[in-house]
Design a protein around this ligand. Sequence first.
Ligand code: A4P
Ligand code: MG
Length: 190
Amino acid sequence: MRSPRWRSPCTSPPRRSRSSSTTSPSSPAAPGSGCSVRAVLSTGSNMGDARGFLGGVVKRMLPVRASSLYISEPWGGVEQPPFLNQALLIDAPLLTPHSLLAACQELEREANRVRDVRWGPRTLDVDIVDIEGYTSNDPVLTVPHPRAHLREFVLRPWLEIDPDAVLDGVPVRTWLERLEPQGVRRLEER
Ligand code: A4P
Ligand code: MG
């Protein structure tokens, strides 16, 4: 069982760069001086104005990087329309992983997300895929996301914005190579 481990970046030593293409130069983060949480989000929608819902998250989260939009066959066995998916790399000016989860759920509420069928259709899903320096098995917030490595709709957009990304100690590129194709197609370049 992986127990939650978290040290706020406000009190941690400077962040070590995991990938020069996606991390800003390390600098000591002092309390009150803009400390932040580096995280990867996966957004998805297959109801209503899907493009508008994903765009709304980008406007609110102001990601460091946002992937192209991807259209993907539904994963999980529920018959439903295809999804639009996107990956975002964010530096959230937040102090705890749970405050980031609360922010994600607030965005889902604003999109009138109804929790009905598990893995079923939704106006907006905002999942936390990974948080730098944090792991947890808590069902309220499991990090890394427990099904991310199984999902091309998560891995492919993530790889686009961070080609050196690592998930649970394994390169995201390798996780992707292990998957059978799942019908995920890039819609447009940003
Ligand atoms: N939770 C725990 N860990 C996390 C995390 N890392 N990020 C908890 C976000 N939430 C996390 O989630 C249920 C609970 O998980 C939350 O209350 C939170 O405390 P939910 O969003 O209410 O329920 P859900 O999304 O229906 O269930 P689940 O298992 O999270 O579904 P997924 O995994 O999000 O899958 N196919 C394609 N092609 N594209 C998609 O985007 N999405 C799904 C939903 C299914 N198939 C899909 C897609
Ligand atoms: Mg979810």
